[in-house]
Design a protein around this ligand. Structure first.
Ligand SMILES: C[S@@+](CC[C@H](N)C(=O)[O-])C[C@H]1O[C@@H](n2cnc3c(N)ncnc32)[C@H](O)[C@@H]1O
Length: 250
């Protein structure tokens, strides 16, 4: 299957240049506790784990530390290299595959699949996420569980900030966001400013309400779909920080 190229997430430079803000060491440390929470939410009882859009391997490495057999899939070569380096340093074995999330097909091979830290909604084609969920469904074994941790429309509506900035190692990062297409997408402009030189990246991400994500999961074939406000299992209510979905393949 071939997909249109030239989409924003194919810019390896974006992932390189924003690595310090997206993946600070504190986020790596946080991943161990998140993996415990995911295994509890999923009531996990299996062996094979798929970390789709694994990035630099934050969670894949922690799953492997628990003795699980882990496959991490990501299309960005720089991040896959970083994940391999970190797995080596941690002394764990993880299979890392460089591939588009829409194309990774390994039917009935996993007991748990995860899509973490806002890794859906990237495609220009509004049907792209349904393709990804269809692949995830196919790749799970019967009884297997999918855990998604994403940006929810309801928490965004409550906490929306049009501009954020941070400085890391003397580099200024300015993140500007706007709600676009009648609350279908968040349109982002990320600017990296170093020594007075600014580089701007523009991209957009689809955001789902709880109900919308649930419907997509059900359409992909999943059952027992439950929503939470974070990975600890807090309710998807007024205080929700994230949109976490847990769904089972029967
Ligand atoms: C926000 S990061 C999340 C990384 C990781 N899940 C974590 O929690 O650290 C999103 C990831 O999706 C990957 N990605 C973006 N588009 C992709 C695609 N079409 N297929 C596979 N991976 C993709 C990026 O390379 C990046 O690693």
């Amino acid at each position: 299957m071939a997909f249109a190229s030239g989409e924003w997430f194919e810019q390896e430079q974006l992932w390189r240049e924003f690595y310090p803000v997206m993946f600070p060491e504190s986020r790596f440390r946080h991943a161990a506790a998140q993996v415990d929470q995911i295994l509890a939410l999923a009531a996990f009882a299996g062996r094979d784990v798929l970390d789709l859009c694994c990035g630099p391997g934050r969670h894949a490495i922690q799953f492997a530390r628990k003795g699980l057999r882990v496959t991490g899939v990501d299309r960005t070569p720089f991040l896959i290299e970083e994940a391999r380096r970190r797995a080596g340093e941690a002394g764990v074995t993880v299979e890392f595959v460089e591939q588009d999330m829409r194309e990774f097909t390994r039917p009935a091979s996993f007991d748990l699949a995860v899509s973490l830290y806002s890794s859906l909604g990237y495609f220009d084609d509004p049907g792209g996420d349904a393709v990804v969920l269809g692949q995830l469904y196919r790749n799970l074994r019967p009884g297997g569980v999918l855990v998604i941790d994403g940006v929810g429309k309801e928490p965004v509506a409550k906490t929306f900030q049009p501009t954020m900035s941070t400085t890391v190692d003397g580099v200024l990062y300015v993140l500007r966001n706007e709600i676009a297409d009648d609350w279908t997408r968040v349109r982002n402009e990320w600017v990296r400013i170093e020594d007075g030189r600014a580089v701007t990246y523009r991209f957009s991400q689809m955001i789902y309400s709880g109900r919308e994500l649930k419907s997509l999961l059900i359409e992909a074939g999943f059952g027992d779909v439950k929503l939470y406000g974070d990975l600890s299992g807090a309710p998807y209510g007024a205080q929700a920080q994230r949109l976490v979905a847990v769904a089972r393949k029967h």
